[in-house]
Design a protein around this ligand. Structure first.
Ligand SMILES: [Fe+2]
Length: 325
């Protein structure tokens, strides 16, 4: 979330509760994959989750419910687009436990909260939990006897995304999907022929009544892509390079637990690769982007400094703790 309001600190100290057993706190949305792959492959099902933010703010029952709902869809692959944690490394054991519950291969990329909490440590925990973590890298997995290429960008919000590095050695002959915490990176990934990018970070704005999410995340936050599907899944026409990007509303939150309004609901999104857009009813149409505003160099420097500051603080704390032993 980009605009954490003040006064929510009570939620940071609330217990990681188990919550009441309800069935409808998370919705499942379903879309076809890129048109280019329709009929060219046996359909495969990819489940997308984002912004789990394992920690005190999001009830533990919701985390388990998200995994159970995902497993019930019987996906061939699960992809997660960052912000696995909230503010610290306190819940890495729970994160490992959670990702181990997925009943399909899991590929993930990191988000800004993961970098603030310690990117190397979060990535190591995810790998212990069986997740393949892509940090400006790509991988090829075999799903239903077909190869699928997945490109994973490191977090662009904190300045860690390197598209050139992520796409180095990319195979043009394989169906490809890209993951990025920040959706705006799709603009550059499309140039490499990647037709669909999955992203997170915005939480769909969380409060979406009266289009507040478009004001807060779009106008104030400067995002072109706020929630849902943007661009086109149709093949490129002429010299115009296009593609699609999907911004998931996410599962958890790091500061403000509320989600008000249809577009801000917690969600799991299913992409049916190999099926044509229009073949079945989808929850939304492809949308045109908002104007957006790229972050200034000053802002990017401040974001990078925050990561370094937190890393330094962690290492000082560790040194003090070692001195005490
Ligand atoms: Fe987030």
């Amino acid at each position: 979330m980009l605009f954490p309001p003040f006064g929510w600190s009570q939620f940071l100290t609330a217990p990681l509760d188990s919550g009441p057993p309800r069935a409808s706190r998370i919705r499942v949305r379903r879309f076809a994959g890129p048109a280019a792959y329709a009929g060219a492959m046996e359909p495969i099902r990819i489940a997308h989750l984002t912004d789990q933010h394992v920690g005190r703010v999001t009830p533990w029952a919701i985390q388990h419910e998200a995994v159970a709902l995902t497993n019930a869809e019987r996906p061939d692959l699960v992809v997660i687009t960052g912000d696995f944690v909230c503010h610290s490394q306190l819940y890495l054991d729970q994160l490992i436990e959670l990702v181990r519950e997925f009943r399909a291969p899991v590929i993930g990329v990191l988000g800004n909260h993961d970098h603030w909490a310690g990117a190397d440590e979060v990535a190591a925990a995810l790998r212990r939990g069986g997740v393949e973590v892509l940090r400006n890298d790509s991988t090829i997995i075999t799903v239903r006897r077909q190869r699928l290429q997945v490109v994973g960008l490191d977090d662009a919000y904190t300045g860690h995304a390197q598209v050139d590095k992520a796409v180095a050695g990319l195979r043009r002959d394989l169906p490809t999907l890209a993951l990025s915490h920040i959706a705006e990176e799709a603009d550059r990934l499309w140039l490499y022929g990647i037709p669909l990018v999955l992203a997170g970070h915005t939480h769909g704005g969380q409060i979406t009544v009266a289009r507040l999410h478009e004001i807060a995340v779009g106008k104030i936050g400067g995002h072109k892509y706020v929630h849902g599907l943007y661009g086109t899944r149709q093949p490129h026409r002429g010299a115009v390079v296009t593609g699609a990007v999907y911004v998931g509303a996410g599962i958890g939150a790091s500061v403000m637990p509320f989600r008000i309004g249809e577009r801000g609901k917690r969600e799991i999104t299913i992409f049916e690769f190999g099926r044509r857009p229009g073949e079945f009813e989808e929850p939304d149409q492809e949308q045109a982007p908002l104007p957006g505003r790229a972050p200034s160099l000053r802002k990017m420097r401040r974001r990078a400094e925050k990561v370094i500051r937190r890393r330094t603080r962690r290492s000082l704390r560790r040194t003090v703790e070692l001195d005490r032993v």
